[in-house]
Design a protein around this ligand. Structure first.
Ligand code: ADP
Length: 255
């Protein structure tokens, strides 16, 4: 079996006295598509933020592509990973947020070209070619010179996806990317994620409340509840056949 691209070993996270994650163990393999579901406040975004190195675990290991993000010192106390590690890992991971975070003063093509040029030191022409390719892939090949303010929410979210894809990440994180969209725009964004999932190269981690979508796209579904993975399995096992009462009542709200 191939090595996991992402591993969590007994990861705990507290904010002050509040224990948000209470021992998360997780292996995600290259090209695996994983959906994380669970009630609001169960710690889904915290998992994503820790993977992006935006939060540090209180204890436990997070390993991305063989790099342990947070090392222990000799006394067993955790110390911040060094900048070189963090930069390498951030390059491996692409993220799409609920809010698109596009640069308003740049065209959508420029929005996509910035990171490869400034973070990966790619030449302008190769960044441009790849950005155009990715914007075409998300169906925005005719909007290259538009500014974000000229686009719908769904289109902006598709730009955010193209911008992440341009960096050739090994793992893509999608954190409730449709929850800020008007209902009629949700479909087009999910369609692009389906398309990305079909390519098969990248691991995808999706925090989502779209259960039919998770059933369709995810190889594995994790139900996070009160800081632990309370249930996991294939999408069908978790979403359609689980007997877990709390999961049942959670699902009841979405189906
Ligand atoms: P979810 O994504 O499942 O809704 P979150 O990971 O956003 O859950 O949050 C889990 C819990 O952690 C919530 O109770 C939230 O208030 C708390 N939390 C998240 N980030 C912080 C922070 N930076 N400081 C304090 N509490 C936080």
């Amino acid at each position: 079996m191939t090595e996991p691209i992402v591993t969590f070993n007994d990861v705990h996270k507290s904010f002050g006295d509040v224990k948000v994650l209470k021992g998360i163990d997780l292996d995600i393999r290259p090209a695996e598509k994983v959906a994380i579901i669970g009630p609001s406040g169960s710690g889904k975004t915290t998992i994503i933020r820790m993977l992006m190195t935006l939060e540090q675990p209180t204890s436990g290991d997070i390993i991305v592509d063989g790099t342990n993000l947070w090392k222990m010192d000799k006394k067993g106390k955790q110390v911040t990973a060094n900048e070189k590690h963090l930069r390498a890992v951030r390059g491996d991971i692409g993220m799409v947020f609920q809010h698109f975070n596009l640069f308003p003063h740049m065209t959508i093509l420029e929005n996509c070209m910035t990171a490869p040029i400034h973070v990966k030191q790619e030449s302008k022409s190769s960044a441009k070619n790849r950005s155009i390719e990715m914007l075409k892939k998300v169906g925005l090949g005719d909007k290259l010179d538009n500014y974000p303010s000229q686009l719908s929410g769904g289109q902006k979210q598709r730009v955010a996806m193209a911008r992440a894809l341009v960096m050739r990440p090994k793992v893509m994180l999608f954190d409730e990317v449709t929850s800020a969209l008007d209902p009629e725009l949700v479909g087009e964004v999910l369609e692009v994620i389906r398309d990305i999932a079909k390519d098969g190269e990248m691991a995808l981690i999706l925090v989502t409340h779209e259960m039919d979508f998770a059933l369709d796209v995810a190889d594995k579904v994790l139900f996070l509840d009160e800081g632990v993975i309370a249930e996991q399995g294939t999408a069908s096992e978790v979403i359609e056949h689980s007997k877990n009462d709390r999961l049942q009542s959670f699902l009841h709200r979405f189906r």
